[in-house]
Ligand binder design. Structure first.
Ligand SMILES: Nc1ncnc2c1ncn2[C@@H]1O[C@H](COP(=O)(O)OP(=O)(O)OP(=O)(O)O)[C@@H](O)[C@H]1O
Length: 260
């Protein structure tokens, strides 16, 4: 059995997210827009999968379908009743709540008692290295710190799958680099399953077990790259740069094909 076949078999067996020929169409009649075209994708338990593609190819659409925020138009999507949490480029914290209040919110909504949720929120602030900041308000924090709070709030949902839509896209390179290290550590320690959308090819190769490349609209899976370089990876290492260059060439060819 080849390595690729072995990987596919494992992915199928441990799948927590399975899309089979999923299409998504917006609008109707002459206003119809096909955003996703028969996308098949499986994410195994504990896997970190990055989604890459040209602007408008349907990456966010795919996440919102997996999150159950929108309906598929065709195919099948199966997450086996698992819980997902979604994190965006903007931390979207409630400004009138403290950091602790923001992290506690998902637990409050689930009816978890005050003492238990406070204890858990404090633990999560340690996980994202924000201990001591619990009583600050979001506006008192840097952008990177706000994303750490958003990550703690996502973890507070006890979700089986973390969906991340360009979570570090608005941060400077140094802060992003540090958050890559933190996310990788948390992913390992908490045995998370992550589906991560980005425009940044190096970021995808830095973080992913696999990088899935979507075509220009309508989005279809055109490549699924296994990333096997040893972790932790550095975003500026020759291995990451080399594979990112290969994927960038493929992406460029796809964008050019679409434009011509
Ligand atoms: N609610 C909606 N109604 C109509 N069209 C939509 C809707 N949401 C997205 N689209 C369209 O679907 C296509 C895919 O959009 P989507 O935001 O998923 O792409 P994306 O790959 O995430 O883009 P970007 O990389 O620029 O964030 C786009 O052409 C977009 O205009």
């Amino acid at each position: 059995m080849s390595i690729l076949q072995a990987t596919e078999t494992r992915t199928e067996r441990d799948a927590v997210v399975r899309l089979d020929s999923v299409s998504k169409q917006y609008g109707s009649g002459s206003n119809t827009l096909l955003a996703l075209d028969r996308v098949s994708l499986t994410v195994a338990k504990g896997e970190f999968v990055c989604l890459l593609g040209a602007s408008g190819c349907g990456k966010s659409t795919l996440l919102s379908l997996v999150a159950g925020l929108d309906q598929i138009s065709g195919g099948t999507l199966d997450i086996g009743g698992r819980h997902v949490s979604l994190m965006f480029q903007e931390a979207a914290l409630f400004p009138w709540l403290s950091v602790l209040g923001n992290v506690e919110l998902p637990m409050r909504l689930r009816g978890i008692g005050r003492a238990e949720r406070r204890q858990r929120a404090e633990e999560l602030l340690e996980v994202v290295r924000l201990e001591g900041f619990g009583h600050k308000r979001p506006h008192e924090l840097s952008g990177g710190m706000r994303q750490r709070v958003a990550l703690a709030r996502s973890l507070a949902q006890n979700a089986d799958v973390l969906l991340m839509d360009e979570p570090f896209g608005a941060l400077d390179a140094m802060t992003r680099d540090i958050l890559h290290d933190e996310l990788e550590r948390i992913w390992r320690e908490q045995e998370l399953t992550v589906l991560f959308v980005t425009h940044n090819v190096r970021e995808a190769v830095r973080l992913g077990d696999r990088v899935v490349l979507l075509s220009s609209r309508p989005g279809r899976v055109i490549e699924d790259y296994p990333i096997t370089h040893e972790r932790p990876r550095r975003i500026d290492s020759p291995e990451v740069s080399g594979q990112a260059a290969e994927i960038t060439d493929r992406l460029r060819a796809e964008v050019a094909r679409h434009a011509s």
